[in-house]
Design a protein around this ligand. Structure first.
Ligand SMILES: Nc1ncnc2c1ncn2[C@@H]1O[C@H](COP(=O)(O)OP(=O)(O)OP(=O)(O)O)[C@@H](O)[C@H]1O
Ligand SMILES: [Mg+2]
Length: 360
């Protein structure tokens, strides 16, 4: 499944993956290292203020443009082409089953007709895209087709920010799709590459928790809920009477007051583990799956000390922290320990950067 809103070029020039999300603007540049390997050339995480991006919408355009400019300059790349993503919530997607022998034009007509049914606004206001996924499960004469629709303004907002920062958008992807690309690249870190197993990839950012479940390379479930690292920051703020920024600093630094671990951090990781347990119960209730075999934690909140253990004991599933760069070569100026700590938050940006290697 590779969605690309077709107003953009399909060929992929060298490009940088750019994830604009609530905590930061994150950029990743990968290169081909030969022999089927990628190398991490550069990356950067440029923090944003708390209300710059809200619910996936760019609320403070000037601040985001400045952060993007700053990040790009500091990263020291020459590549101005970027791959960006729309928040999954801004995209309506639906799987259709269509006859395999339709011509491209007829398929487009069918997709349009279907879109009319599922899109709650006029198709004039929408960018529509579709992709044939492959043969349908229950019929040899049909194919599964994925339809994706997003309001034009959602795309235009992001393109405008990129352009104001001097960049050119070559690919407009969807966040969940970029996460999937990054996940496929790191499946080999799971025992036996998780063949035939049910794997939940849980991205816990500042405000949102995304739950994607895969069996091999097929996404069988996707959900998001409002829960993230900001809740811990706010708790720190409240307990110590600090500003949000100070609390954020304290959280990341790790050299925290005596009782922080027991009184604030542990209860938070317990609550988060409980939320994850509930989310997975919902997955089981909504699907024909009875359990999850592995949990991969991503997002900036994934690296909280003890979270993986808390999740593993709550859910009884083997749990590990994501590293979308696992197995990649590191270019000279990248410190490996720093990258491992930053890697979970770079899931989407890494998946976007991997679009550079799409075969047209
Ligand atoms: N070293 C760290 N220790 C603890 N928490 C951290 C650390 N680094 C980042 N975080 C937390 O991770 C969160 C940011 O994660 P991430 O970058 O994945 O979010 P985001 O993608 O911007 O947000 P969202 O997906 O919700 O829009 C923040 O709450 C931040 O405080
Ligand atoms: Mg995120």
């Amino acid at each position: 499944m590779r969605l690309q809103f077709n107003l953009f070029e399909v060929k992929t020039p060298p490009l940088v993956g750019v994830d604009i999300s609530s905590a930061a603007v994150k950029l990743v540049e990968l290169a081909d290292a030969g022999r089927g390997k990628y190398s991490v050339e550069r990356y950067i995480i440029e923090p944003l203020s708390r209300d710059a991006v809200v619910d996936g919408n760019i609320a403070k355009v000037d601040e985001v443009v400045d952060a993007l400019k700053q990040a790009w300059g500091q990263m020291g790349t020459r590549i101005r082409h970027v791959a960006m993503a729309l928040p999954s919530s801004a995209v309506i997607s639906k799987k259709l089953i269509l006859p395999a022998d339709l011509s491209e034009d007829d398929m487009e007509i069918q997709v349009q007709a279907e879109a009319n049914q599922v899109v709650p606004f006029s198709l004039d206001e929408v960018n529509l895209d579709f992709q044939v996924l492959g043969p349908a499960t229950n019929s040899s004469t049909d194919v599964d087709v994925l339809l994706a629709a997003s309001r034009k303004e959602k795309i235009e907002d992001r393109v405008a920010v990129a352009e104001a920062a001097g960049l050119k958008v070559s690919v407009m992807d969807v966040e969940s799709n970029a996460s999937q690309t990054a996940y496929e690249g790191m499946m080999h870190i799971l025992p036996d590459s998780a063949r035939g197993q049910t794997v939940a990839l849980i991205d816990i950012g500042a405000t949102t928790m995304h739950i994607l479940v895969f069996v091999d390379k097929v996404m069988v479930y996707s959900r998001e809920q409002s829960f993230g690292g900001n809740q811990l920051t706010q708790e720190i703020q409240r307990r110590y009477g600090m500003s949000f920024e100070e609390a954020e600093k304290l959280k990341r630094k790790g050299d925290t007051p005596d009782k922080y671990g027991v009184e604030i951090l542990q209860p938070f990781t317990e609550t988060l583990a409980l939320e994850i347990g509930r989310a997975l119960q919902m997955f089981v209730a909504a699907t024909s799956f009875s359990r999850v075999d592995y949990i991969v934690l991503a997002g900036g909140t994934a690296i909280l000390p003890g979270l993986d253990d808390a999740v593993a004991s709550r859910t009884e599933a083997s749990t590990l922290v994501a590293n979308p760069f696992a197995g990649m070569v590191l270019s000279g100026n990248i410190a490996s320990a720093k990258l491992v700590a930053d890697a979970p938050a770079l899931l989407v940006a890494c998946g976007l950067a991997m679009r550079r290697f799409d075969t047209p």
